[in-house]
Design a binder for this molecule. Sequence first.
Ligand code: SF4
Ligand code: SF4
Length: 378
Amino acid sequence: MGHHHPGSVSPLRTLTAAVRHHRDRNVGPVKTVKLPRRKLDFFASVLQRFGELHAPVARNGHFVFQRVRRWSEARLEYTRTELPPKKYFLPPRETLFRFTPGKGYVPESEDLDRRIVLLGVHACDIYSLNILDLVFNGKYPDPYYQTRRRNIALIGVDCIPDQRCFCRSMRADTVEQGFDLFFYDIGDYYLTLVGTALGDDMVLAAGELFESVTPDDVAEYKRRSQERHQRFQLDVEIRDLPEIFEMEYGSEIWEELGAKCLSCGSCSMVCPTCYCYDVADETQLGSTAGRRVRTWDSCLFATHAAVAGGENFRHSRASRVKFRFYHKQRGFVAEYGRPSCVGCGRCSAVCPVGIDIIEVINRLRGVEYAETEHAATR
Ligand code: SF4
Ligand code: SF4
């Protein structure tokens, strides 16, 4: 078992510093331009020069990020994708290296150098990558993650919150950096924030496509931004939440959730900030040559805290559900200064037994929770 967990890393000074360190293309002031909506198609073809274009598309009633061959496949007005963009940076399963006893090992670089442009990433998902940077650029730098991070450009797009979004409460409804470009819908145009030199290159490569911003555009941006802010239907208070978690360690809610939870791990698979993985060596039958593979793991799985000698530190489902909440809302805060949750709502949407993060937090806080009203939207 090789569950990755950050050790006692001294917190990186700020998220800002970490991101700037990582995105070495970031060279100074941000600028704002605008792209006519009808030219988006053209721009998408320009972007192909910077890498394979991937964007959200509709598939079987869900949205997924995947490669788009034709621009018309992409859906920029989506709610949330089933899996977050995390899958591009920390794939569900990847070979780290191949080994042959007596000969050594060769790093597996398949896919690592693939240049990709991810178009249409929401603010919360960009924020979640900034959070993953804290972990993978921290005490134990992860060259696989870092290489992908360098090779994958991010173009953000704004969104309208639905009944599950609580990114505003988690302070991840807007993002100041971590993107190369960010598009804000202002009607006939996308107001475009340039975040890095790479983003600037994309704008320059588009020649005449981009135009200057007028005071009216800025006014329209502000009007829509305010309107969006008011569209949030969910609110949780995160102030002193780690303290409340500390006090409620013995709460009966954990046994109650443990009795419901199926240990399926779906909540961590879909979470943009869950990063636990397992590492195992796979050998070919009749040979000692093989490869080292890393796969996503989940702290909800019964084996997650199992160690040699047959001990398991979190035998009960109740202790595992509790651990996930504690790590996100309390442990991560202690280590990195903010919760490792961006309020995307994916875990509540995917849980087969209806375990809802908002309900859990509000119940711990002693805040009334409108179960029937919320259940109706499930
Ligand atoms: S814990 Fe749930 S709401 Fe928070 S980031 Fe993960 S999936 Fe999204
Ligand atoms: S998705 Fe729900 S049932 Fe599955 S492990 Fe998470 S909390 Fe438990």
